[in-house]
Design a protein around this ligand. Structure first.
Ligand code: SF4
Length: 336
């Protein structure tokens, strides 16, 4: 028997292998969520600072050559990027990429869903923090709860293999809607994911006691549904449950608690071309000079591997080390 050479892979000092690339395709967003940015927005970078479609595809090709199999398109709001359908179609065709997913606020999804499915998109995560119009307006500073919900229903009707609704839970704001959200899973095969609020809003809700932890979320669900059944889910979904007799699932994501860092498999690419090895890291590794300076794919791959080898043991260590790092205070500049 001949020895099979080990497959090239992106691995860090702690033995974690990174096969999941989150690609921010824009910093721009058509909402102004209170936990993400101030009402006037943030300083979005001009077009030439952002990676072009060709540059994005090249980074995905290089990463796939190093073992990345799953790609998620994020932003900002990825659907505000006009080439989003072409980007999905291009990434789906990259050898080694097994699935392409997208995270959206859902506002533009109703009209884009058919095209995205046809382009090969396999999964949609739709952010929706309130089912009530007046609260949606308060949280996002724009109208549209009904429109987003309609988009979710349309995506399910089209037959997307995976549809998830992401809810950032905030104490005294929407924590009284947990059961209404869970009820969405009664007849629809979707997953509602309750996400802990993260401290990425320098001046806003984080400092006003809005945090509502994952244990409290589970306790609240269990109070109403004592026979909540545990299920398996993706690696970030610490607790995945099915309510008795329900078609879909509910999950809880400990984004603040960071209890899943030991099995982290994520690489992040910002819209302006930087690799971040952790959501909480302030350290960035800029691919743009290489992409625009005639570097080879090997050189690009080396920088990606180098960036991931610098990854610290967990998100707490990354946050501590990043206190002096370059500030990106809005999630829209990091790529959620
Ligand atoms: S906090 Fe950092 S290390 Fe932990 S799961 Fe998130 S990206 Fe990975």
């Amino acid at each position: 028997m001949t020895d099979v050479p080990p497959r090239t892979e992106i691995r860090d000092r702690f033995g974690r292998v990174f096969d999941y690339l989150r690609v921010a395709v824009t910093e721009a967003c058509n909402l102004r969520c209170v936990y993400c940015m101030p009402p006037e927005g943030v300083d979005f970078k001009a077009g030439e600072h952002l990676l072009s479609a060709d540059e994005l595809l090249r980074v995905v090709r290089v990463a796939a050559g190093l073992g990345v199999t799953k790609v998620r398109l994020t932003g900002g709001e990825p659907l505000v990027r006009k080439e989003i359908g072409e980007l999905v179609a291009g990434m789906v065709r990259v050898p080694g990429v097994e699935s392409v997913h997208l995270t959206t606020n859902g506002v533009l999804l109703r009209e884009r869903a058919d095209g995205l499915l046809a382009a090969g998109l396999r999964g949609l995560n739709v952010s929706l923090d309130s089912l009530r119009e007046e609260r949606f307006l308060q949280i996002t500073r724009r109208p549209g709860a009904g429109k987003v919900l309609e988009s979710v229903r349309h995506a399910l009707a089209l037959g997307f293999p995976s549809v998830k609704v992401n809810v950032v839970v905030m104490r005294g704001f929407n924590d009284d809607e947990l059961l209404d959200f869970a009820a969405l899973t009664r007849t629809a095969p979707l997953t509602v994911r309750f996400i802990e609020l993260m401290p990425f809003d320098e001046h806003q809700v984080w400092k006003r006691g809005r945090y509502f932890g994952s244990e409290l979320i589970v306790a609240r669900l269990r109070e109403a549904h004592p026979d909540l059944a545990a299920e398996s889910g993706s690696s970030t979904e610490e607790h995945v449950y099915r309510l008795p007799g329900h078609a879909g699932k509910v999950a809880v994501i400990p984004s603040y608690t960071r209890s899943l860092c030991g099995s982290c498999n994520r690489i992040r690419l910002t819209a302006d071309g930087c690799i971040r090895n952790c959501l909480y890291s302030g350290e960035e590794h800029d691919l743009r000079p290489l992409l625009r300076g005639g570097a080879t794919d090997e050189e690009l791959g080396e920088l990606i591997c180098h960036a991931m080898r610098q990854k610290l043991v967990d998100g707490w260590a990354a946050q501590k080390a990043s206190q002096s790092g370059p500030p990106r205070t809005s999630m829209t500049q990091i790529g959620g």
